[in-house]
Design a protein around this ligand. Structure first.
Ligand code: ATP
Length: 143
């Protein structure tokens, strides 16, 4: 029996497939989930979700949320989630830069915490975006 994985946000279904393995960023560390895993409910931290399906691996950036496993069904209710190919890398880089400036000038613990959270989710996006396999540049034609 494969594991049925559904990754949803309040806005959309990000991923819905039968998979072999799920690796998710739980608050206390990476969690590996195989079919017939014991029931589980955990909070996630910003990071990357990896899904193995046959030889194929899919990476999804997540900013936080919940992971629930019951029987052969895993459900991720994510604050935000993007597949690698959906991530705008330049936007994530800008978000890191802006948040780092806010960290440097934060005037309250609240501002600091928000800026740190922004850095963490943007860095998770960058990590996942950089997993995209880049096609090698074509050779320049001679002459
Ligand atoms: P930004 O400051 O660039 O908006 P953010 O961390 O504040 O980044 P979020 O509030 O976490 O953004 O997300 C808002 C929406 O934008 C969500 O739907 C999220 O999936 C999407 N999103 C955020 N950053 C990116 C990105 N770099 N590429 C693609 N989608 C993104």
């Amino acid at each position: 029996m494969p594991l049925t994985l559904e990754i949803v946000t309040a806005e959309r279904v990000v991923y819905s497939e039968e998979v072999d393995v799920l690796v998710a960023p739980g608050v206390v560390g990476e969690l590996g989930v195989l079919p017939s895993h014991a029931p589980l409910l955990t909070i996630m931290q910003p990071g990357e979700i990896r899904v193995d399906k046959g030889e194929e691996q899919t990476y999804i950036a997540v900013s936080g949320g919940f992971l629930e496993v019951i029987g052969d069904k895993a459900t991720i209710l994510a604050d935000t989630a993007e597949r690698a190919e959906e991530i705008d890398e330049a936007r994530a880089e800008e978000a890191v830069k802006r948040a780092e400036e806010r960290i440097a000038s934060a005037s309250s613990a609240f501002d600091l915490e928000r800026a740190l959270a922004s850095v963490r989710r943007s860095q998770a996006r960058l990590k996942v975006a950089r997993r995209r396999t880049r096609a090698p540049r074509p050779e320049m034609p001679a002459g």
